[in-house]
Structure formats: structure tokens, C-alpha cells
Design a protein around this ligand. Structure first.
Ligand code: ADP
Length: 495
């Protein structure tokens, strides 16, 4: 396609998310929305031909955010269309580092509701409203975005709305293009249909989408997006298959020319074992021998004996079926004849929580289950554990394995999604930094576990595995440059 005008030196990006650290974080999406906008703004000009990105973030003005902020500045007051009458809306702005963050306030968002209630009718009302309001905000600020970048089902309707406005030849958004990132495909916003009806968003007739998906927020966004990004190259391929496509695989195959995969980065400052004040003993590659002090302290904290010959496995995870924790528990039992110790940290599904407690009851002299959310403990575990268990059934990107590797804790993971893109075990062109298994079966995990135990006995080989993980580049800069190139490409080639 010929370009009609040359790429501006600064591209304006409106970045929408339901949560963004440090203002509000519930899960991995909060980490991404809290770090990618800033990483995009900070890309050195020489990596993107002297251009720059003016990225602005929009989130709902959640009650928890309101309580944290001392001095939010009101920036706009406007109405959002609703069939029963327009909804009064206010927007505030604050600055987080170098990123302007807009926050939308209005009745459907409420002042006390959690970020996600788990009831998709209620969440559907909130996020349908937020998506429409965020698009309107740009108009009221008279700030024409070149790219609108939405994330997951909560903000996917902004992409859908933008496409409708472009169809109706709205001059304000005529040049705006859209990107929708998929962080977790199974969460499509099912249950939000009635909420969408109330906003006048009815099922589409497009036969590319399966009938059941025609009024779910995420599929509507995926139908309308100019580009779709999955959060790892492998996940971008996996979602085209029946195993991971959640019924949308044929539709996604029809859109595969606009789908790409970009790995999430890790916040290198927050996750740095040389500066982490939660650790008993800070360490780096040069001082890796001092890491052992963290293992001793961790075992002592959990009243387990220390023996340098026994590998300590750790698991730090949401307790969800996705994460394959059942496989981990079964494998540990299968490997009972070998020496190992394990500390499990997580909360979530009560059945999985209680299975973890049962393993502790079965092996009281070597298993501990900490059923809670505890970031400081997680840091001590990454620093003191030898092997990080991550047997996920699917893993769009995964951060825990990256954190583990930064902290010298070697991952033992299922070869899927972002785990496959960051962990190398017998790859031709990459040095080994962990252990992978393929089949979703405890036997497959047990085999890989026994391989890791064998390797653990060879101190030098183990040290090399740790160093390979610790020197890997998980920075946001690399991924941010990929996003920037995607924006530039979209801007140049789709108008
Ligand atoms: P997901 O986003 O699917 O939960 P990720 O691996 O991308 O999985 O990110 C999980 C993040 O949450 C990691 O930073 C991990 O350390 C943290 N985490 C998970 N469970 C706990 C817990 N119980 N206590 C502290 N941190 C946790």
C-alpha cells in the first residue's frame, strides 16, 4: 500500500487497561499496563529512527486508586451515550513517572466496587461504559490518538466502538488505528451480553465469528481490531489451534495475517536480587555463592532442615486449574523416593489450596504450603529456592519464570506459550536455562523433575544453568521496540 503522508516524528498512543500498577494491580495485566507505557516513552530515539511515542494511559477511577491519590487534577467533564439517557462522566489526570494517567469516573464504575467482581453482568456494565468513555475522553481533550491500544476483554469494546465511529466517518477518529492485546484468551467477557444490550451494543451478524461469541466483548474487539497481539510468539500460534483457541480458532485463523506475538518484559528495577531489600542476603552473578544464605534462611523460616545436597522446589502461583498445580503435587509424590523439599505459595481455588495442604500432611518433614498472597515471601522464595515449578496447562506469557531466572532459581515448566519462548532445554541455538516437559501428565513432569535432580548434583552444571538464566534479557526495552515498530507499521500501511 502506498503511504499518503509520512510518519510523524511523534506518534500518539492511547493505552487502555482495567488495572495498572502501582495505582491498582490485581494480576499480571496490572504489571504490563504499569510498565509498558513508560517503556514505550523511554525507547532511545536511535532504536526507532529518531521518533518518539507520546503514550497516555487510561484506567477506571477505582475506589482504591481514589484513596491512594492525593491530588488528581480534573481534566474533562462530559456525557457518555446510553439508550436510557447520557451518563455524566468526569476524568482526572495524574502523572506516574513520565506517563500521564487519565482516570474515568462515572456511576457504572462506582466508588467502592473491586476491579473485578466476578459477575460479568456487573463488570460488563462497568467496562462497556469505561471503554466508551475512554474513547470519548480523547475527543474531549482534543487529543487525537494515532493508535488506540486496548487490553483484554475489559477494554476490547473501545476497539469495536472506534471501528464503528470510523465507519460513520467521524473525522476526529478517521486516522486512528487500533491494537488489541490478548493476555488471556479464555476470559472473553461471557455473561456481559445483557450489559452490552443495555448500552445498545447488540450481537453482530458477522459470520466469521461463531454465533455464541457475537456479543462477547473480546471477540467483538478482535473482529474490529487493526492488529492483534498475543503476549508471546508461541501463544500467538497456539490460539490458532483447537487446544488453545477456546472455540475462536477458526475465526482467529481468518485474522492470522494481523496477529503477532510480543513477549511481556519484566520490571528490572523491582525484580533485582542485587537490590531487593526483602532478601536476607542480596546477590548477583559475581556473588552467586552468597545466594545459599537465602535458602538457609527460607528453610529455617519454614522449620525445614537445610542440606545443600537436597534441591528445594518452590511454587508461587494463583491456585487455578490453568497452572497445573495438580500435576506438580502428583509428581512430587511420584518422586517420593528421591530427596527433595518443597514450599508452595498461593491462593485461589479452595480445592487446589486444600490439595497443597494435603501434600504437606503427607510429607510433613519436607513440604510446606503457605496459602496466602505475600509478595515479600515470594521474593525470599525466588531467592532461596533451587527449582521453580510452573507446570501450566497454558501460559500466555508468564512472569514468574522470568523472575525465577533473574533470581537464580531454575524453572521446571511445561513447554507452552511464553514458557516455551523464555525457557531453553536442549534448544540448538540457545544455552540451557531450565527444564521443560511437553505432555500435560504428571509422568512427563516427573521425568523432567528427575532430570533436574540429576543436574542439581553437578554443582558446576547447575551454576551454569543459573548464570544462563540470570544473564538473559527480560527487559521491557526489547519488547517495547517491537510494539513501537508494530505501531509505526500500522500507521504507515493501513491508511
Ligand atoms: P498470572 O498473571 O497468570 O497469575 P504470571 O506468572 O504472569 O501469572 O504472574 C504471576 C505474578 O504473581 C508473579 O509476579 C508471582 O510472583 C505473583 N504471585 C502469584 N501468586 C502469588 C502469591 N500467593 N503471593 C505473592 N505473589 C504471587
Amino acid at each position: 500500500m502506498p503511504t499518503h503522508s509520512s510518519l510523524p516524528s511523534t506518534l500518539r498512543i492511547l493505552f487502555l487497561a482495567s488495572e495498572a500498577a502501582p495505582l491498582i494491580k490485581v494480576g499480571g495485566l496490572g504489571d504490563v499496563a504499569g510498565s509498558l507505557p513508560s517503556a514505550l516513552r523511554m525507547i532511545p530515539g536511535n532504536l526507532i529512527e529518531g521518533r518518539s511515542l507520546d503514550v497516555r494511559l487510561v484506567i477506571p477511577y477505582h475506589g482504591e486508586v481514589a484513596r491512594k491519590l492525593l491530588d488528581p487534577q480534573p481534566v474533562a467533564s462530559f456525557l457518555v451515550n446510553h439508550p436510557n439517557g447520557p451518563i455524566p462522566t468526569r476524568a482526572f489526570v495524574t502523572q506516574v513517572g513520565d506517563v500521564p494517567v487519565y482516570m474515568i469516573e462515572g456511576a457504572p464504575i462506582g466508588t467502592e466496587a473491586p476491579v473485578y467482581t466476578g459477575d460479568n453482568y456487573i463488570d460488563g456494565l462497568k467496562y462497556a461504559y469505561f471503554s466508551l468513555a475512554a474513547v470519548e475522553l480523547a475527543r474531549h481533550l482534543n487529543w487525537q490518538p494515532d493508535i488506540l491500544h486496548a487490553n483484554d476483554w475489559h477494554t476490547a469494546l473501545s476497539v469495536f466502538t472506534l471501528a464503528k465511529q470510523r465507519l460513520s466517518r467521524d473525522p476526529f477518529f478517521a486516522q486512528t488505528r487500533s491494537v488489541l492485546s490478548i493476555h488471556n484468551l479464555p476470559f472473553m467477557g461471557a455473561g456481559a451480553e445483557r450489559a452490552l444490550d443495555e448500552f445498545g451494543i447488540h450481537p453482530v451478524r458477522d459470520s466469521r465469528l461463531p454465533e455464541w461469541a457475537r456479543q462477547f466483548p473480546l471477540p467483538l474487539g478482535l473482529l474490529a481490531a487493526d492488529r492483534i497481539v498475543a503476549v508471546s510468539p508461541t501463544y500467538a500460534q497456539e490460539i490458532l489451534t483447537p487446544e488453545f483457541g477456546c472455540g475462536l480458532q477458526d475465526f482467529l485463523i481468518s485474522r492470522s495475517s494481523i496477529i503477532s506475538g510480543i513477549l511481556n518484559g519484566l520490571d528490572q528495577e523491582s525484580w533485582d536480587p542485587t537490590r531487593d531489600n526483602a532478601l536476607v542476603q542480596r546477590f548477583g552473578i559475581e556473588t552467586l555463592d552468597q545466594r545459599e544464605e537465602n535458602k538457609k534462611a527460607l528453610l529455617q523460616e519454614f522449620d525445614l532442615p537445610y542440606d545443600p545436597k537436597i534441591p528445594l522446589l518452590i511454587l508461587i502461583s494463583r491456585m487455578d486449574q490453568q497452572k497445573g498445580i495438580d500435576l506438580a503435587l502428583e509428581s512430587l509424590a511420584q518422586a517420593a523416593n528421591h530427596s527433595w523439599q518443597a514450599i508452595l505459595l498461593g491462593t485461589g481455588d479452595p480445592i487446589i489450596e486444600s490439595a497443597c495442604r494435603s501434600l504437606q500432611a503427607q510429607f510433613p518433614d519436607r513440604v510446606r504450603a503457605a496459602i496466602r498472597f505475600d509478595t515479600r515471601l515470594s521474593r525470599r522464595m525466588y531467592a532461596g529456592g533451587d527449582i521453580l515449578l510452573m507446570p501450566s496447562r497454558y501460559e500466555p506469557c508468564g512472569l514468574a519464570q522470568m523472575i525465577g531466572m533473574r533470581y537464580g532459581c531454575v524453572p521446571l515448566a511445561r513447554s507452552t506459550g511464553g514458557l516455551r519462548d523464555t525457557i531453553f532445554d536442549g534448544a540448538k541455538d540457545r544455552p540451557n536455562n531450565g527444564f521443560l516437559f511437553e505432555e500435560v501428565k504428571a509422568e512427563a513432569l516427573t521425568q523432567a523433575m528427575l532430570r533436574s535432580f540429576d543436574r542439581y548434583k553437578d554443582r558446576e552444571a547447575w551454576h551454569q544453568l543459573q548464570v544462563n538464566g540470570m544473564t538473559q534479557d527480560f527487559s521491557w526495552e526489547k519488547s517495547a521496540v517491537q510494539y513501537a515498530n508494530l505501531y509505526f507499521d500500522l500507521w504507515e500501511n493501513q491508511r
